[in-house]
Design a protein around this ligand. Structure first.
Ligand SMILES: *[C@@H]1O[C@H](CO)[C@@H](O)[C@H](O)[C@H]1NC(C)=O
Length: 109
């Protein structure tokens, strides 16, 4: 019984020591790989656009929007950087009012 406990303890110790360097490696961040893309999809009833870019510092900026054939639209602009993710919504959708729920702003145009 005592021998089994020692064996188990050594086993766990080995796993802990062995796992430690892997954790350190996983925490090492890769340098950002800048990119950008954009697209638009359109038919008789709506237009959808989307674009995003990341710079060499890892800051991501982008937007997506929807506009229907009556001109009702919603556009979301966002940024993600060392201060977190922030989004700003612009819209003319009926029933909306200017507000800032969940650290996001809604602007009626
Ligand atoms: C646009 O909307 C109309 C009315 O709902 C529908 O009949 C038509 O098929 C739609 N057009 C397209 C391209 O989806």
């Amino acid at each position: 019984m005592f021998k089994e406990i020692i064996t188990l303890t050594l086993c766990c110790l080995f796993i802990a020591v062995y796992a430690a360097p892997a954790t350190t490696t996983a925490e090492k961040e890769e340098p950002p790989h800048p990119y950008n893309f954009a697209y638009e999809e359109k038919d008789a009833n709506f237009t959808i656009t989307r674009q995003e870019e990341m710079d060499e510092h890892g800051t991501v900026k982008g937007s997506y929007s929807y506009i229907d054939r009556d001109g009702v639209f919603r556009t979301v602009n966002y940024i993600a950087d060392e201060n977190g993710f922030r989004a700003a919504v612009q819209s003319n959708e009926p029933g909306l009012t200017n507000s800032a729920p969940a650290a996001a702003t809604i602007q009626i145009n």
